[in-house]
Design a protein around this ligand. Structure first.
Ligand SMILES: Cc1ncc(C[n+]2csc(CCOP(=O)(O)OP(=O)(O)O)c2C)c(N)n1
Length: 684
């Protein structure tokens, strides 16, 4: 599209205020209801973003009243279309629409209480607060990338249960900011590659960001970018309902994902602020709101929608009741096993056979005592888990052979065949993590995938959303320390365990051997509302769990692996690959007549949740505590106390063979013994 054509659309958009028909059940009246609620709620809260909902009201009206397959009275209907408001700052758009459609929880009181503590109308849409909010958005780029995971989940589920039961679209409204964020590149190229044709992105192409005109910071062509990634892309007038509807209809028939760039005017209807960044993120002001009311011919009082307009919306909200009931009948008509299996997976419950399979494998591991790297132990655990858990969807960001995330029977997912359960995400860690959020939110699947632990930094904003939303996403993060060796400090995590542990509602597991790895996998799968990070070694490790305890010893985060021969003077606290060092140090101390014990601490997050008594007893009251972990000390002092010490990293690693690095950085049994003796002396 030439600049002249572009500006013609913009001019048309500006001149056709659509205000003439602002009464009753016309499109304009219905769209203006969104605009008025957005203006009023932001004004009342004295904070928020009116420009985006006012600019996209026409798009949302067409989408929600004519296309979106949802039933507000059954918000969790599994075959509903998913809608993601990627531009989460425009949250009032979604709240207004959900009120107008008749979601029971979205009352006018909630709209009045926009952005207030305890209301479901949070500043940015938060998953789990209001019905019809499919994901938390606000960090730009996350929504569109999460939606890719939802669209992928739809294809995966359809391949498993058939299109009679799984047949829906994923719609997104995204803004300039969403498309500028780097993660969008990863997400759109993955969606294009997998030909996720049921993904339809409506781009709020208003050429305005906070700083002003988009041209201050962008000269690219979004349409060409999407086309190059294998999408359809077109530009329409985002204030023309016919053009919007025609574009969506076309997109629904496409065999590729679709971008519809909707040229809009931010703050549409506000005579002095429309088209300007001043309408983006602050209340319009009482005077401007009354001028906007005049421009839009909107006569109703604040927070009031004329009954004819509200009725038209409510009727639109009832559009899919029949379709939903028909779907329920189809589900009921399925063979009972298929139906209960579908329902089990949607509910996220684990099958009864899983526990038994894990127990049986644990017995074998205890007997065999394999000296595997924990990444290899994880692969072996997955061979057992995936055989009894058909809902797992594995993957790797191009490190399949290193992360060991592909189990024996797993077939790769392709654009032509979604029956597989392993995804080659490519080198797209951030997009991968967001897509996993989308799959978990969609329900029916348990996503897990791998990269190197050091690259959790590349996934971090999406991991944070997994945690905030309480989603069971499992991050298999291998090469978890200087133990990876020669690749050097760029690849050797040192601060990552501490920083991930600092994030609320994430379980960071660092198992020491094959048995612990299996137990940590079990805990990750059982944590329905918490994401997990499995930090796994590249290097081989000896078996430390050589007896079957007949219970999951990792479940409380820490357990005594080796007791002292007499009243312990020293407690050696260690995780993962350093448990081996702790065990060697314990033997040396005992030989020197110093009774010592080893506590393996595979999950500090779980340990912190235990009773004070359990924690104190486990850490060893009255003993000198020496913690050993090939990472930074940060976070360990709360266990070590005043008279203990830490053996670990104090800076970045180095390139070299792993055994030499451990010596070089003084992470050795000898160092632990020396530290313990020094502490004992000081204490005496
Ligand atoms: C990752 C991220 N960075 C920055 C922000 C802060 N922010 C909110 S909206 C926005 C950009 C606004 O421009 P656009 O996306 O075009 O939205 P519009 O102004 O059209 O509503 C920014 C920088 C954010 N929400 N997320």
């Amino acid at each position: 599209m030439t600049p002249t054509e572009k500006s013609a659309i913009a001019e048309k958009a500006k001149s056709s205020t659509g205000a003439e028909k602002s009464s009753g059940a016309s499109h304009d009246a219905m769209a203006n209801a969104i605009r008025a609620l957005a203006m009023d709620a932001v004004q009342q809260a004295n904070s928020g973003h009116p420009g985006m909902p006012m600019g996209t009201a026409d798009i949302a009206t067409v989408l929600f009243t004519r296309f979106l397959k949802i039933d507000p009275r059954k918000p969790a209907w599994p075959d509903r279309d998913r809608f993601v408001l990627s531009a989460g700052h425009g949250s009032m758009l979604l709240y207004a629409v959900n009120y107008l459609l008749g979601y029971e929880d979205m009352t006018i009181e909630q709209i009045r209480n926009f952005r207030q503590l305890g209301s479901i109308t949070a500043g940015h849409p938060e998953y789990g607060h209001a019905e019809g909010v499919e994901t938390t958005t606000g960090p730009l780029g996350q929504g569109i990338s999460t939606a890719v995971g939802m669209a992928l989940a739809e294809r995966l589920q359809a391949a498993r249960f058939g299109k009679e039961i799984v047949d829906h679209h994923t719609y997104v409204i995204a803004s300039d900011g969403d498309l500028m964020e780097g993660i969008s590149h990863e997400a759109i190229s993955l969606a294009g590659h997998l030909k996720l044709s049921r993904l339809i992105v409506l781009y709020d192409d208003n050429e305005i960001t906070i700083d002003g005109s988009l041209s201050l910071s962008e000269s690219g062509d979004a349409l060409k970018r999407f086309e190059a990634a294998g999408w359809n892309a077109s530009r329409i007038d985002g204030h023309n309902p016919d053009e919007i509807a025609a574009a969506i209809e076309k997109a629904q028939k496409s065999d590729k994902p679709t971008l519809i760039a909707c040229r809009t005017v931010i703050g549409y209807g506000s005579p002095n602020k429309q088209g300007k960044s001043s309408s983006h993120g602050s209340p319009l002001g009482a005077e401007e709101i009354s001028l906007a009311r005049e421009t839009l011919h909107w006569k109703a009082e604040p927070f009031t929608v004329p009954s004819e307009t509200l009725d038209a919306w409510r009727i639109a909200g009832l559009r899919n009741v029949k379709a939903r009931k028909a779907w329920e009948e189809k589900l009921a008509a399925l063979p009972v096993e298929t139906r209960t299996e579908f329902e089990r997976r949607i509910a996220g419950d684990l099958p009864a056979g899983l526990g038994k399979a894990i127990e049986a494998f644990k017995e074998k591991l205890v007997a065999d005592k394999p000296k595997w790297a924990t990444r290899k132990s994880s692969e072996e655990a997955l061979n057992v888990i995936n055989a009894v858990l058909p809902e797992t969807i594995g993957g790797s960001a191009d490190l399949t052979g290193s992360n060991n995330t592909r189990s024996r029977e797993q077939k790769a997912v392709t654009a032509e065949d979604f029956s597989g359960s392993f995804i080659h995400y490519g080198i797209r860690e951030h997009g991968m993590a967001a897509a996993m959020n989308g799959m978990a939110l969609h329900k029916g699947l348990i996503p897990y995938s791998g990269t190197f632990l050091v690259f959790t930094d590349y996934c971090r904003p999406a991991i944070r959303l997994s945690a905030l939303m309480g989603q069971r996403v499992i991050y298999v993060m291998t090469h978890d320390s200087i133990g990876l060796g020669e690749d050097g400090p760029t690849h050797q995590p040192v601060e990552h365990l501490a920083s991930l542990r600092a994030m609320p509602n994430v379980h960071v597991f660092r198992p020491a051997d094959a048995v612990e790895t299996l137990e940590c996998w079990q805990l990750a799968l059982e944590a329905k509302n918490t994401p997990s990070v499995l930090a796994l070694s590249r290097q081989n490790l000896p078996a430390v769990r050589t007896e079957n305890a007949n219970k999951n010893l990792c479940a409380r985060g820490a357990y005594e692996l080796v007791p002292a021969s007499a009243k312990a003077q020293v407690s050696l606290l260690a995780t993962g690959s350093e448990v081996e060092i702790a065990v060697a140090a314990q033997q040396m101390l005992e030989r020197d007549g110093i009774p010592a014990r080893v506590v393996s601490m595979p999950c500090l997050d779980l340990f912190d949740r235990q009773s004070k008594d359990f924690q104190a007893g486990m850490l060893g009251e009255g003993t000198v505590k020496i913690a050993i972990e090939a990472g930074v000390r940060y976070g360990w002092d709360r266990y070590i106390g005043a008279d203990g010490d830490f053996i670990g990293m104090t800076g970045f690693g180095a390139s070299g063979p792993a055994p030499e690095l451990y010596k070089h950085f003084n992470i050795t049994p000898e160092a632990a013994v020396a530290a313990a003796k020094a502490c004992l002396e000081e204490k005496a």
